[in-house]
Ligand binder design. Structure first.
Ligand SMILES: Nc1ncnc2c1ncn2[C@@H]1O[C@H](COP(=O)(O)OP(=O)(O)OP(=O)(O)O)[C@@H](O)[C@H]1O
Ligand SMILES: [Mg+2]
Length: 151
């Protein structure tokens, strides 16, 4: 299993990294975000939205589960932290198979509902504002994407 690591020293570096990723995304791409409370999952999504040309400020969708934004491609921003149970189906499939880009915070909570191919992003807290961003591609599309992103 290939994995790639980006070390971020502050909020801006995380957003620049995810903005760059956002620029390379295609319809139907799925990105899962894992990491403790305050790790930077929503911050990462904000950068990604910039890369998708989204002008509206992306905020935490904690109480709505799914928020949709329009840019170069639609962004479906999901935060499943408060989902009642992991089998509750809010029509995730239609988002994952749609023409937009899906980003899921706390994705492991809906493990059973995730597609096989996706880009897994794990953020761990380091000293002060540093973060370790580990990116694991699942499937060919995402392998190629990572090679582009990390070379
Ligand atoms: N290197 C960094 N990368 C990302 N965020 C950072 C970094 N350094 C500091 N921060 C700060 O950490 C906070 C991360 O909050 P954010 O809401 O993005 O986390 P989250 O993982 O989405 O949390 P939650 O689990 O509550 O959804 C922000 O205030 C951000 O500015
Ligand atoms: Mg968040």
């Amino acid at each position: 299993m290939n994995q790639y690591v980006f070390k971020s020293n502050d909020t801006d570096e995380t957003m620049q990294f995810s903005e760059n990723l956002g620029k390379k995304l295609q319809p139907g791409d799925v990105i899962t975000l894992e990491g403790d409370l305050g790790a930077g999952k929503t911050t990462f999504t904000k950068g990604l939205a910039l890369g998708l040309g989204i002008k509206k400020n992306v905020s935490s969708p904690t109480f709505t589960i799914i928020k949709e934004y329009n840019g170069r491609l639609p962004l479906y921003h999901m935060d499943v932290y408060r989902l009642e149970d992991s089998y509750e189906d809010l029509g995730f499939d239609e988002y994952f198979e749609g023409q937009g880009v899906s980003v899921v915070e706390w994705a492991h909570l809906i493990q059973e509902q995730l597609p096989e191919d996706l880009l897994q992003v794990k953020i761990t807290l380091g000293e002060e504002n540093s973060r370790m961003i580990t990116v694991i591609p699942k499937g060919n599309r995402y392998e190629i994407l990572c090679k582009e992103l990390f070379t």
